[in-house]
Design a protein around this ligand. Sequence first.
Ligand SMILES: C[S@@+](CC[C@H](N)C(=O)[O-])C[C@H]1O[C@@H](n2cnc3c(N)ncnc32)[C@H](O)[C@@H]1O
Length: 370
Amino acid sequence: MASAVVSFHGQHLSGLLGSRDRAMESLKSEASTWAGAAPFGWHSLRSSGGLRMEWINCQASRGAALRMNTERSGSGSLLGVRCSASGSSTARPASQPRFIQHKQEAFWFYRFLSVVYDHIINPGHWTEDMREDALEPADLNDPNLTVVDVGGGTGFTTLGIVKTVDAKNVTILDQSPHQLAKAKEKEPLKECKIIEGDAEDLPFPTDYADRYVSAGSIEYWPDPQRGIKEAYRVIKPGGKACLIGPVHPTHWLSRFFADVWMLFPTEEEYIEWFTKAGFSDVKIKRIGPSWYRGVRRHGLIMGCSVTGVKTQAGDSPLEMGPKAEDTKAPSNPLVFAYRFLIGTIASMYYVLVPVYMWLKDLVTPKGQPI
Ligand SMILES: C[S@@+](CC[C@H](N)C(=O)[O-])C[C@H]1O[C@@H](n2cnc3c(N)ncnc32)[C@H](O)[C@@H]1O
């Protein structure tokens, strides 16, 4: 049995606190996101005190059972939803191609994307507000903390970290020298250590850092469980990992493009990976641009911030075989070109989604779901 606290940002809460029907629809859609895929059957749906729902059980499609309990303050306002999931493994079928979820493809993807990354990704998918919201559970509250930012790229997330942590205690690691070149140009990051490396095989000693942060990188790791196991290894006992990543879309068209492009994990998968790696107190906080109004059916490239605490010194208790992929290993150029091209075309869909949602937010009256 794995469990997590899911907190919603204000936009979403106001959606839930409307009429009973709307609240039910919102919670059904949230539960569907949790279940990962339709169809799922409702076990029960109850309300108490007129408009309020107290709990929902549903059966997820892959055999996992799910329970959502609403948490309310004394005055009745909704504080959050506690979810617990249990059941079978959430391993994905191999049939989903995810053409850029490979190290060489990701390397070349960022060879080109690094040129415009800060200009097109951040305004649409990863704003400063979202970054503050996502880093809040990492407890970066002491300038003396040792922090590693894995898949740190151009340093956008690191700029949030160095607001409270001394830059000389922060290391940015990425497999793309092109992304890191952009980070090196940023004045507040001048004192950070900036190194090339692989998230699945970190060049840090065991029990090294107080905090592990990784934002928007897991979607490219061929073996995300291995990356999270590495996060566990490099943190000191009592330290915390904070992994910010995408969430899987439930809308069929968005799911199609997401699955062709890269890995959009379900929330259950994040919890399972963290729990298996050995983390305690695993929590998920939902994030998103304000103009999405909490909508998650199209997925989000930055959709949640997952945290876990390491309680025991040493390596992760999880045993794994050798690493599957290496950036430097030779590959078949035709297979590479095919994967790279189709994956890149699919990624374009997610340039259009924020524009669509932003326009929808403009035309839909405030307070109504979009
Ligand atoms: C979407 S960018 C995120 C950059 C940055 N964290 C931010 O918040 O803007 C993803 C980054 O992950 C890096 N990456 C992908 N796979 C990686 C791996 N296996 N090891 C290290 N970095 C990786 C990419 O090179 C890229 O810079």
